[in-house]
Design a protein. Structure first.
Ligand code: CP
Length: 346
């Protein structure tokens, strides 16, 4: 098993143990792997309830009032960072956006020293994006026990809020998962998004999941490990699909010649309107962004009637509100249990 392909099973077990409290409440959100259907459904239902906040005159609820949430993005991001910030503000939290490039990490300060300093400012939650698989788990293991950590994407490992916002979008359009054929197309080898989607689709009981890519971009033993059907032909893979999820080519994580050229990749695996006719007439087309137009799909599909790509972004806000409010709720339970009766304000 390649270390680049999978997180070791022991580390995955540690993540499962770490992210729930003794009663099964969400303390951290590091990976979808190992979470049960009831918890994933609770996240989706809670997010559903937050959709209406965007339509309120005052777009705020007080669930995280008085809490401090720090965004630590060691890798670039547009959608994830901004929706986490907006979600935290809609929950009435105070938000710190650490500009890593302009921070003391650029002078050599270690990650742990950065954490200790933020802890000294009484931060309640770290939202972490990092190029190394396992970084969010490392921070959860080393942060003060009262602090929650949310993984906003770590290396090739996981991007659990993206996985859940994708499930939310699918449920919104299709009503559930039991009757669906979902096709995931593209760079599965390097995709943390795909790993989170595969875990969620499996747990939510999707009828059939297919992965479609050149042989060089499919992880070893994918059919066995992920319980999916593997295709190397796009037309065959998307035939009669209800949902098509296109993935970005992760050039920044490719350390070898995985593809002859982007032109040839588009010719073989790029989604076009002509190819879309292979899928069901009411198919939805998804992409986590950022899109490489003319590489993964053409603009007619990206901006077309079957595309729900911008809905995914809107839904990300509600899903991130759900996850953050659940973790803060778990912190509040722990705080109440540790506070002696009558110890509140006079
Ligand atoms: N989907 C996603 O993670 O996009 P960003 O890199 O812009 O956050």
């Amino acid at each position: 098993m390649s270390a680049a392909t999978f997180i070791p099973p022991a580390a995955r077990a540690d993540a499962r143990r770490l992210q729930l409290d003794a009663e099964g409440n969400l303390r951290h959100f590091l990976t979808i792997d190992g979470l049960d259907r009831a918890l994933l459904t609770e996240i989706l239902d809670r997010a559903e309830g937050f959709l209406g906040v965007a339509r309120q005159a005052v777009k705020k609820v007080p669930l995280c009032r008085g809490k401090i949430i720090a965004n630590l993005f060691f890798e670039n991001s547009t959608r994830t960072r901004t929706t986490f910030e907006l979600a935290a503000k809609r929950l009435s939290a105070d938000v710190l956006n650490l500009n890593i490039g302009a921070s003391a990490t650029a002078k050599g300060e270690t990650l742990l020293d950065t954490l200790r300093n933020l802890e000294a400012m009484h931060v309640d939650m770290f939202v972490v994006r990092h190029a190394d698989s396992g970084a969010a788990q490392f921070i959860a293991e080393h942060a003060a026990p009262r602090i929650s950590v949310i993984n906003a994407g770590d290396g090739r490992h996981a991007h659990p809020t993206q996985g859940m916002l994708d499930m939310f979008t699918i449920r919104q359009h299709k009503g559930g998962f039991a009757d669906l054929t979902v096709a995931i197309v593209g760079d599965l080898l390097h995709s943390r998004v795909a790993r989170s989607q595969l875990a969620a689709l499996h747990t939510l009981g999707t009828r059939e999941v297919r992965i479609i890519a050149p042989r060089t971009l499919i992880p070893a033993r994918a059919a066995e490990v992920f319980g999916v059907r593997v295709f190397h032909d796009l037309d065959a893979g998307i035939a009669d699909a209800d949902v098509i999820i296109m993935l970005r080519l992760q050039r920044e994580r490719m350390d070898g010649a995985f593809l002859p050229s982007e032109h040839e990749y588009f010719h073989l695996f790029g989604l076009t309107e002509r190819r879309l006719f292979m899928a069901k007439p009411d198919v939805i087309v998804m992409h986590p962004g950022p899109i490489n137009r003319g590489v993964e799909m053409d603009s007619q599909v990206a901006d077309g009637a079957r595309s729900v790509i911008l809905e995914q972004v809107s839904n990300g806000l509600a899903v991130r509100m759900a996850v953050m409010s659940m973790c803060i709720g778990t912190q509040n339970l722990a705080l109440a249990a540790a506070t002696p009766p009558g110890a509140g304000h006079a």
